[in-house]
Ligand binder design. Sequence first.
Ligand code: 5CA
Ligand code: ZN
Length: 412
Amino acid sequence: MQTWRSVAVPRVPGTPPPLRLHDTATGQLRPTAPGPEAKMYVCGITPYDATHLGHAATYLAFDLVHRLWRDAGHDVHYVQNVTDIDEPLLERAERDHEDWVVLGRRETALFREDMEALRVLPPREFVGAVESIPEIVEMIGELLANGSAYRAEDPVHPDIYFDRSYTGRFGYESNYDEATMAGFFAERGGDPGRPGKRDPLDALLWRLARPGEPSRESELGAGRPGWHVQCSAIALNRLGLRFDVQGGGSDLVFPHHEYSAAHAEALTGDHPFAGHYVHAGMIGLAGEKMSKSKGNLVLVSRLRADDVDPSAMRLALFAGHYRTDRGWTDELLHQAQERLARWREATSAQAGPAAEGTIAKLRDRLADDLDTPSALGAVDAWVVDALEHRGTDTDAPASIRNAVDALLGVAL
Ligand code: 5CA
Ligand code: ZN
């Protein structure tokens, strides 16, 4: 699929520390250890409604990873998918008497626009599930061949399922117990009660077409792919096993990332799928998770239509730590707008206090599991100094502006 346009990223003098990120699988803060090419896969949208601030927060967190790796000199191979064929999209299209392909394309186009406005650096590859069906079919064929996939015992619809016991490692990513897994599996798109499966928690790989359902012809029979195998195939075929970061919101810890990893590991016989499993917290509104299905949304496109500066949206979301579940409020946005105005005032002066220490602190805080609250605090401290004492370093305002642009994506 077509991606979106990139903004230029200025170079920042000095040496950045290695980036450490929290890994869900081990529960530890560990250094990312990318080679010359840093590899990241972040789960993309299911395009049945517009981008809300929850999505934005998650993509902004991974935009920081992208920016910090670039700052450290890595060539970043970033892959993001679009779940342009799946239950929620098809249901919404049906509800609204709309063509599911048209709906998906329209919302994907709006997502691109929102990401570009937010100055999110684009992925190198932006990949739709529908266009990936041939490679997904191939992967499922191989899983059937090695015995990790099977046909449900159902004479009418022998859909294909994944045997979750196959790798012997199932559960290592989420670390959830059986009861927790069963709860999330049922809640997040699984079908535990489907007759003909070997285990209620075996996940769907290929759903044979029912009358009136969209499908693609394939050697598996006409049908469509399950959700987890889409991301598994798209990531594996572009990044290979042991890529650096698998990312998404915390609602993807289980089942989605557990099965994506298990499918790829079953296929290759190797481990682990990703070096780090990184999850952003949920953004809520008035105490509830913001979600398309609940409809309690603040849309990026709505805020843009109200002329809210995307840099203020960034600062509002970065005021909290990416892993913390947090609420969106008008007050949060208001504070971010004030902060942005102060930063702009200080960096438009002729001179200011020396910038090097602040830039080192900014990098240091971000490298520590994207500690944006402290990173913003470091810039705040320089800004207070600049506005109160008016330093004499004539390069400093531009240096701060440059670093804030490159590392936080905030345009001053
Ligand atoms: N297409 C799948 C992933 S393959 C999906 O989850 N799509 S989504 O549109 O529902 O969400 C897109 C991304 O935004 C996912 O990473 C999801 O974890 C994240 N997300 C969804 N809701 C929120 C929220 N309220 N706060 C933070 N992140 C969220
Ligand atoms: Zn995904």
